[in-house]
Design a protein around this ligand. Structure first.
Ligand SMILES: [Zn+2]
Length: 104
C-alpha cells in the first residue's frame, strides 16, 4: 500500500468503514510508516474532538491513549473475523467428511 492509498483510507478507518482486508493493510502500513501514523493521529484527534463536542462531553487530552485503544480494537476485530473464517472452514470440512462417510 502506498502512502497515498493509506491516507485516503484514514477517514473510513476512523469511521470503521474499512473491510477487514483493507483494515489489515492499512494497519500494517501505519505500523511501518511514521508519516501516515502522524496523519492518522491528527485526523483521529480532530474526529474525536468533534465527536465529544457533539456529545457535550469534556474534551479529553488523552487522544494518544484513545488512538492506541482504537487501533488495538481494530486489530482484535481482524483476529476475530479470521478466527470465525477458520472455524467456518473447519465446520465445512467436517460436514464434507461426514457426508463423504455417509455417501461412501
Ligand atoms: Zn505512509
Amino acid at each position: 500500500m502506498t502512502c497515498f492509498e493509506a491516507q485516503s483510507m484514514i477517514t473510513p478507518f476512523i469511521n470503521e468503514q474499512l473491510d477487514i482486508k483493507q483494515l489489515e493493510q492499512f494497519l500494517e502500513h501505519i505500523e511501518r510508516c511514521k508519516e501516515c501514523k502522524e496523519e492518522v493521529e491528527v485526523y483521529f484527534t480532530l474526529f474525536s474532538g468533534m465527536k465529544q463536542l457533539d456529545e457535550n462531553k469534556t474534551i479529553s487530552n488523552k487522544f494518544h491513549i484513545d488512538l492506541d485503544n482504537f487501533i488495538q480494537k481494530q486489530e482484535d476485530n481482524i483476529l476475530e473475523v479470521k478466527f470465525k473464517l477458520v472455524c467456518t472452514k473447519i465446520v465445512l470440512i467436517l460436514i464434507m467428511v461426514v457426508l463423504g462417510l455417509w455417501i461412501g
